[in-house]
Design a protein around this ligand. Structure first.
Ligand code: NAD
Length: 253
């Protein structure tokens, strides 16, 4: 079950878990025809069952329903990737309260609700993998991202609590902390900067990287997906409670 997997990092993770042989449940927003094309392309390419569930994860009741529908269809959720997330960029004094509430609901509270929904089954079966997609912003801050940075620091903390609670249940819980990944979420920030500064998208793209990452290259959704697949493998079975950076050196500074 990969939340927010109709686009970007979540889609990259869904593809790599499908490549490794997992049955996949996609989730997220988007054009139904495009989502169906994505769903059937992954199923065809990797020969696994791929389903789609359109739950809005800002609503706890829909997360609960999503988990129940997955269990009814497939018997269990063995791997949960809490990936769905949004961003809003503004100074604290200009930050709309409704944007704060929306970012916290999706980027932080949905992680809690998702883990709460899957843990009883994972404990019963004695095996589970939970991967929470945090961010470099789960470890360090940037100006104008109050809700996102607060939520992602919260995700890292929630990951540690869950890992400790499940340490001897065959379940690992980790946070992946990416630096810049060129997805629609980041593309929107680059385009907003280009519009505000009267510069080009490619100039702002280079500037965005140079401000934060010693390595001046975007990580790809595919690489995050391969990292997630590793965490689900036997080799990752004693890694738990970790905030794992894949960020071109961002938090090394
Ligand atoms: P994206 O905008 O490409 O994808 C976000 C996904 O979440 C989409 O599938 C969207 O439909 C879904 N979504 C949005 N609101 C939803 C809701 N209410 N309910 C269910 N699904 C919803 O973004 P992305 O860049 O791929 O980001 C994915 C995750 O990675 C986020 O948690 C983000 O914070 C994190 N992240 C991204 C970067 C980056 O550079 N792109 C870096 C670090 C962390």
């Amino acid at each position: 079950m990969v939340t927010g997997s109709t686009s970007g990092i979540g889609l990259g993770i869904a593809r790599e878990l499908a490549r490794a042989g997992a049955t996949i449940v996609l989730n997220g927003f988007g054009d139904p025809t495009a989502i169906e094309a994505t769903r059937s392309a992954i199923a065809g390419e990797f020969g696994v069952t791929v389903a789609f569930e359109a739950a809005d994860l800002t609503k706890p009741a829909e997360i609960d329903m999503l988990a129940r529908r997955c269990k009814a269809a497939f018997g269990s959720i063995d791997i949960l990737v809490n990936n769905a997330g949004i961003q809003h960029v503004a100074s604290i004094e200009d930050f709309p309260v409704e944007k704060w509430d929306a970012v916290i609901a999706l980027n932080l509270s949905a992680v809690f609700h998702g883990m709460k929904a899957v843990l009883p089954g994972m404990k019963r079966r004695g095996w589970g993998r939970i991967i929470n997609i945090a961010s470099a912003h789960g470890l360090v801050a940037s100006a104008h991202k109050i809700a996102y940075v607060a939520a992602k620091h919260g995700v890292v903390g929630a990951t540690k609590v869950a890992a400790i609670e499940c340490a001897n249940d065959g379940i690992t819980v980790n946070a992946i902390c990416p630096g810049w990944v060129l997805t629609p979420l980041v593309q929107a920030q680059i385009e907003a900067r280009a519009a505000a500064n009267g510069t080009s998208v490619s100039a702002e793209s280079n500037a965005l990287l140079a401000e934060k990452q010693p390595m001046l290259a975007f990580t790809t959704p595919e690489k995050i997906g391969q990292f997630a697949a590793f965490l689900c493998s036997e080799a990752g079975s004693t890694m738990t409670g970790a905030a794992l950076s894949i960020d071109g050196g961002w938090v090394a500074q």
